[in-house]
Design a protein around this ligand. Structure first.
Ligand SMILES: [Zn+2]
Length: 66
């Protein structure tokens, strides 16, 4: 497969035609945004990634083991 690691200088890339891999889609309200445009909220054991429009939880992840 193609390399996942792109040139870090390609940060201004988001308006390309191709949907980037970290773009997320809210099935409830249809919001589409890159993964850093959503709200991470702390839960007990996990963080939830919530839609700022409708509050739907898109995904969860374990707390980072810092
Ligand atoms: Zn939504």
């Amino acid at each position: 497969m193609s390399a996942m690691e792109r040139n870090p200088n390609a940060a201004g890339d988001e308006e390309r035609r191709t949907v980037r891999k970290d773009v997320l889609f809210c099935p409830d309200c249809g919001r589409i945004a890159s993964s850093d445009r959503w709200e991470w909220n702390d839960g007990d054991d996990v963080e939830t990634l919530d839609c700022p429009n409708c509050g739907t939880t898109l995904t969860t992840r374990p707390h980072a083991l810092a």
